[in-house]
Structures are given as structure tokens and as C-alpha cells.
Write a protein that binds this ligand. Structure first.
Ligand code: FMN
Length: 414
């Protein structure tokens, strides 16, 4: 009977344990978590979502405070188009977050940064360019481009000296999205180094509609692997979404995936950025406590715990401090929904917004509990303490359980 450790992910001449820990913004996949995956010979992700805020917390900078001060005059203005990111600050925050992580790296694995295209930041092109270029400047091993089609993203860094040496990959949820990406990027003569195929059971935003349950990862990944083979492209294809045991992973590796990307099991790791009490909520969740809804202003469905405090919370949009979801014209679907409710309750009190959420503020404050479909199985991965709480686990324990387990067994902590 095979285990994950019988396989290796190959990038050129180098080999890695074929386990990637997925990017989880905002700072849920912390540097500590990513570093553990790299130390153990796999691939860890940090995320650059709301990197100014992450830098403030990690390095005591005051980027968010400074931005808030600068745009304070606009807080009650419904028009947010003037609330721009300072690109130098964005570059510095990214370089700090990535640089400090890379400096701490030990072991043979790699650390990538997850870059979501949907963080349009009231200037989609220039902000994405700065985010990617400064991550490369700071020595990141690779970039995983997610939450969007990224048709033009490679082009934004084509002149960067590390464009051909850093590992660049994309997340897709269909063979069509991959075809589109490859067609649009043909002129750059630079294939992605890896393609992650994310199925409908993943956490975070989904590349599917509300009919997600009609799709299945094994079918989509078989199509992608076949396409890559037919086109004689030498691109590792990585499976993600709902891979809960080492045996789940082995079944993908045996049918041609080069690695797996996993995340949900690491949400209860000691190194994961979620607050301790929120980890207990993840553990306690039952299947019917989880839903896929459309409250994210990105327009993508998102999976989360129904008990997330963000749901229905009508807080004032926090764009002057954050503003990561503002599109090229300074709009965000939450602002529209919030303004509609404000018109109905002009005193601004007791506002509830059900259809959208202020994703920046809520993710920043860990009030939106996004999770994978199998979160309800987390309770089977640990032991309970005398007071009824669940023991959190080390990232090493979870990683090694994926790496060495057989027969769908899950190793409980000692
Ligand atoms: C809490 C959480 C946050 C996530 N945030 C992001 C994100 O910011 N960007 C992204 O591309 N994927 C995100 N994901 C998706 C994961 O990176 C990963 O691909 C997926 O969840 C794997 O499926 P699994 O959770 O069933 O193992 C998130 C997943 C979770 C559980």
C-alpha cells in the first residue's frame, strides 16, 4: 500500500515531498506555518492579502494607521475612488513580509506567496505588479496566482530578472481556464511551472457557481492531466480541495497528479493564524454548520461556517484603512449594499447587511470563518482535553500524517 512519501514532486532536478500547504489569507497561513512545510521538505504558502496590515502586526510598522489618517476626511463619503494605495508602501510591506519569511527558511522545501487577482486595490494592474515584483525582489521561491484568471499577470513581471527562475503557477478550476491562460500567455514563451486544480470542496473562494456540488475534483483533474499530456506540456498538475487523508492524496498521486495542495487540516495547527477560540469553532463544526454563500464582494462563492460573525454584520466600509476589494473605479459590492441599508436607516444604527460582507475588515479581524467542506471532520483528527476543548496540533504532526499515513488512518496526537 502506497503512502504520499513514496512520491516526489519534481521541479527541474529538485525533488520535494508532494505536499503543498495552500495560501490562506489574511495571515491564516502564517510565515510559521509555511516555514514548517518548507522545513519538512514540502511547499508552504504565505499570502500577500492585506500585506500592509500583516506587516503592521509582524513588524510594528504603521502602514494602515498612516493610510487611515491620510484618507480620514473621506470616511463618510460614499465615493471611494480617491482612496489609493501608495505603491512604495505596498512594496515595502511585501518585501518585509516575504523577506523576513525567506530569511527564516530552513530545510529543503520551498515557500511560495499566494497572490489573489481579485484584490483589485483601486488600481488592479499597478498594485498586482508591485505585489509580485516585490515578492520576487525579496527572494520568494515562487508565486501562486489565484482568485482570478490572471490572463495578464505573467506579463506584469516579464521584465523582472527573476521572471524565469522563480516558480510561477496558477490555480484553475477547469481545463478551459487553463487553456485560456496558456493562449493569452503564449507570446511570453514562459509556461507556468505548476498548475493547481482546485475542486469544489476547497476553502476560501470557489471557482464554481452555487451549483458547485455537481462538480468533482477527480473528473476535472483527469481532464487537465489529459490536456497537458496531449499538448506535450511538461507542467506538474497539483490537486486541491477536499483531500483530507494521506490515502486521499495517494489516490490523486497514483492517477497522475504531481502533488496535492491541502489547507483545511492545517487551520487547527498551532502555527495557523486563526485565534485559539476560532480554531475550537472549526473543530466543533458539523456538516450542516458549513455553507457556500455569495456574501463575498469578489463575486465568487465562498465556503464558511454559518456562525461567522461577519454574516449580516453591517459595519461601515473600512476602505480608508484597507480598500483591497475596491475595483478600478473605487467600487466594491459591499459599499453598494451598505449604502442601500444606510438609506433605509439614516441614523446609521442597527444596520445589518445580509447579501454582502466587508471582506477586508472581517478577514482582518478573523470574523469570517472560511473553511473547506471537510471541516466537520477535523474533530476526528485530535483528542479532547478534560474541559471538552480540542487539542490543537503541530503543523509537523499534520504534515507527517499526510506524508506517512495509509488506509485512510489519521494519527491522533500523543
Ligand atoms: C481558511 C482558508 C483560507 C483560504 N484562503 C485562501 C486564499 O486566501 N487564497 C487562495 O488562493 N486559496 C485560499 N484557500 C484555499 C486553499 O489554499 C486550498 O487550495 C484549499 O482549501 C484546499 O482544500 P482543503 O482545504 O480541502 O484541503 C483557503 C482555504 C482555507 C481553508
Amino acid at each position: 500500500m502506497k503512502r504520499v512519501d513514496d512520491f516526489r514532486l519534481k521541479f527541474g532536478q529538485k525533488e520535494y515531498v508532494p505536499i503543498m500547504v495552500g495560501g490562506m489569507g489574511v495571515d491564516i497561513s502564517t510565515a510559521e506555518l509555511a516555514l514548517e512545510a518548507a522545513r519538512l521538505g514540502g511547499i508552504g504558502h504565505i499570502s500577500d492579502a492585506m500585506v500592509n496590515d500583516v506587516s503592521d502586526r509582524r513588524f510594528d510598522t504603521s502602514f494602515v494607521k498612516d493610510k487611515t489618517k491620510l484618507y480620514k476626511y473621506n470616511i463618510n463619503n460614499l465615493d471611494k475612488s480617491g482612496v489609493k494605495f501608495d505603491l512604495d508602501v505596498l512594496a515595502e510591506a511585501t518585501r518585509r513580509h516575504v523577506g523576513a519569511t525567506m530569511e527564516a527558511k530552513k530545510g529543503d522545501g520551498l515557500i511560495f506567496v499566494n497572490c489573489m487577482e481579485k484584490l483589485t486595490m483601486n488600481g488592479p494592474r499597478e498594485t498586482l505588479q508591485v505585489r509580485m515584483a516585490s515578492a520576487l525582489d525579496a527572494g520568494i521561491d515562487g508565486i501562486t496566482m489565484s482568485a482570478g484568471l490572471h490572463l495578464g499577470s505573467f506579463g506584469l513581471i516579464a521584465d523582472h530578472p527573476r521572471f524565469r527562475d522563480a516558480k510561477l503557477g496558477i490555480i484553475v478550476s477547469s481545463v478551459r481556464a487553463l487553456q485560456l491562460f496558456l493562449r493569452k500567455n503564449a507570446r511570453l514563451n514562459r509556461l507556468p511551472d505548476f498548475v493547481i486544480v482546485e475542486g469544489p470542496l476547497a476553502g476560501g473562494h470557489l471557482g464554481f457557481g452555487l451549483d458547485w456540488a455537481q462538480y468533482d475534483l477527480a473528473t476535472i483533474i483527469a481532464e487537465v492531466i489529459q490536456y497537458v499530456k496531449d499538448e506535450q506540456l511538461n507542467i506538474p498538475v497539483i490537486a486541491a480541495g477536499g483531500i483530507f487523508t494521506g490515502s486521499d492524496a495517494v489516490s490523486f498521486l497514483e492517477s497522475g497528479s504531481a502533488a496535492v495542495q491541502v489547507a483545511t487540516r492545517f487551520t487547527v495547527a498551532n502555527e495557523c493564524g486563526l485565534p485559539a477560540d476560532v480554531k475550537q469553532d472549526y473543530y466543533r463544526a458539523n456538516e450542516d454548520d458549513i455553507e457556500v454563500n455569495t456574501i463575498s464582494p469578489t463575486g465568487y462563492p465562498m465556503r464558511m461556517l454559518k456562525s461567522s460573525p461577519a454574516i449580516g454584520d453591517g459595519i461601515r466600509p473600512g476602505c480608508e484603512s484597507y480598500g483591497y476589494l475596491l475595483d478600478a473605479n473605487g467600487n466594491c459590492a459591499y459599499i453598494t449594499s451598505y449604502n442601500r441599508e444606510l438609506a433605509l436607516h439614516p441614523d446609521g444604527k442597527n444596520i445589518s447587511v445580509m447579501d454582502k460582507t466587508c471582506l477586508c475588515t472581517q478577514m482582518r479581524n478573523f470574523k469570517l470563518w472560511t473553511c473547506g467542506h471537510y471541516t466537520y471532520r477535523l474533530k476526528d483528527t485530535t483528542r479532547r482535553n478534560a474541559d471538552g476543548t480540542y487539542q490543537t496540533l503541530s503543523a509537523e504532526h499534520i504534515f507527517k500524517d499526510y506524508q506517512f499515513s495509509v488506509d485512510h488512518q489519521i494519527a491522533l496526537p500523543v
